[in-house]
Design a protein around this ligand. Structure first.
Ligand SMILES: [Zn+2]
Length: 495
């Protein structure tokens, strides 16, 4: 094909659209299918005495992705959108667009640099009809008025249509359809009511975000920028968020023909939508591929069960709204929660749910539940503590747990909303705001690390002695942990 183009030769088309040889192939081949024609050619050459030898060779040939049948290329006239003229401007726009994660911008830029004009007409049965007729007399195309959907292969052109060239009034409709990206590339215009509602459009366009998969950067993302630029001279969105692909357990792309796809409806039925959502965002950084793993999905499900159990425990205690004098143990977990909140909010602002999911899971599993809840349980029940100390525990327990629910709400909307309504308010959690906290002196977090080390030491000691965690133990509380002494004595039953 390239040689023919370079030498500016005119192609002779030998195969018709039904896959049979036409009259250009000669009387002896005409009407034969391609494979049959190949056999016949060999026979003809043999009859002619022109065959020296026959041997098998390996060569590259284009194959149909679905049927795996070799493709025969027939040159045909098609409609194209001119891209090469505005390529430099498109590259500028691609650079202006914020793409998350940033490294995926290069896929788009590299593609734009080498992309050619875009063929937009397709010879397929299903698709958006190309709204054109052609004059039966001279072949001139007839473009109908815009604003209506036309089906030229079965409809006549609008009444009174005349050929602009020869004034003829008999037409034949185009039977082709558009490339699928012709429609999907203007989805931003469709949802912002372009040409239908000026006020709405002016308020909503350009849009904020285009979320999409990495596999269609060269198509959906690319053509959307092109078409929206041509129609509005603007980028259609501020940010594009490019996600990786979900792969099967062996890291293979899921596909219909391989039958290795995972049906999300079955998985969601089994584990719940929240567990599925939590797993999906916690598995990989935005933009990276991730492998499906049922055992890891079970892990997400277990975490949500843990969250539910923590909520059940907290529900036993009355909520304490007014802030009392805060004890050191409580100040520690408040500061820790603030730190987690700031990190999560910053990540959310960068459209990264991976980091919050993992931070919160880590915090609840490894800090909040095993260390903090155990530390203050007795105090929350008021066993051997003053009313003020008890109130500090109740206030802190609820205020920090509220914060954690808010942080999780975008990822696991159902369970957090249910807990929120059970514990805190009739109004949905999704109406609440969450913001960064001012940075504070967090030396207490370092002390908190030592507190957790001490807890682990006591637990290990009891394990070594083969005694229950509730059994008495004699151990010295380090000087720096004196502010937590009262809680620690109760927690570990220290003599
Ligand atoms: Zn005409």
């Amino acid at each position: 094909m390239v040689i023919i183009k370079e030498l500016t030769l005119k192609e002779t088309i030998l195969i018709d659209t039904n896959g049979r040889m036409n009259e250009n192939a000669g009387e002896k081949l005409k009407g034969l299918k391609v494979n049959k024609a190949r056999e016949t050619i060999i026979k003809l050459l043999q009859d002619y005495g022109a065959v020296d030898k026959i041997e098998k060779i390996k060569h590259r040939t284009p194959m149909c992705d679905r049927s795996k049948i070799p493709i025969e290329i027939i040159p045909m006239d098609e409609y194209y959108v001119k891209v090469t003229d505005i390529r430099d401007r498109l590259i500028e726009l691609a650079n202006e667009l914020e793409i998350i994660p940033e490294q995926h911008k290069q896929i788009l830029i590299n593609w734009l640099k080498v992309s050619n004009d875009w063929p937009i007409s397709r010879r397929r049965y299903y698709g958006t009809e190309i709204p054109l007729w052609y004059c039966n007399n001279c072949g001139e195309p007839l473009v109908p008025e815009e604003g209506k959907y036309y089906i030229p292969w079965k409809e006549l052109p609008p009444e009174g249509s005349k050929c602009s060239k020869c004034n003829g009034d008999k037409f034949t409709g185009d039977t082709r359809t558009f490339d699928t990206w012709m429609d999907s590339s203007v989805s931003a215009l469709y949802v912002t009511k372009y040409l239908y509602d000026k006020e709405f459009f002016s308020k909503t366009y350009p849009m904020t975000l285009r979320p999409q998969g990495i596999d269609i950067v060269r198509t959906w993302l690319n053509y959307s920028i092109l078409r929206n630029y041509q129609l509005t001279e603007k980028l259609p969105w501020k940010t594009a968020w490019i996600d990786g692909m979900g792969l099967d357990e062996h890291g293979e792309k899921m596909s219909k023909s391989k039958g290795n796809g995972v049906d999300p409806t079955i998985v969601i039925e089994k584990y719940g939508a929240d567990a599925f959502r939590f797993w999906a965002v916690s598995e990989a950084m935005p933009g990276s591929n991730f492998m499906f793993s049922e055992s890891r999905l079970q892990g997400s499900s277990k975490f949500l069960t843990k969250l539910w159990n923590v909520a059940r425990l907290i529900k036993q205690f009355p909520a304490q709204e007014d802030r009392p004098t805060i004890t050191e143990s409580d100040r520690w977990i408040i500061e820790y929660t603030k730190k987690i909140t700031n990190e999560c909010v910053d990540a959310y602002k960068k459209l990264n749910p991976y980091l919050p999911a993992n931070k919160i899971r880590e915090f609840i599993w490894n800090v909040f539940a095993p260390h903090y809840l155990e530390l203050i349980k007795a105090r929350a029940y008021g066993e051997g503590f003053s009313e003020e100390e008890k109130e500090s525990a109740l206030y802190t327990l609820n205020s920090t747990f509220k914060e954690l629910l808010l942080l999780l709400a975008p990822i696991t909307p159902f369970i957090t909303d249910t807990i929120w309504r059970e514990l805190y308010s009739k109004e949905s959690i999704h109406y609440q705001n969450i913001t960064n906290f001012p940075e504070e002196d967090n030396t207490i977090l370092e002390t908190g690390e030592k507190l957790m080390e001490f807890n682990k030491k006591v637990w290990n000691l009891k394990k070594e002695k083969k005694i229950s965690l509730r059994d008495k133990i004699s151990i010295e509380i380090p000087q720096e942990l004196k502010p937590f002494e009262k809680d620690l004595i109760k927690m570990h039953n220290i003599e």
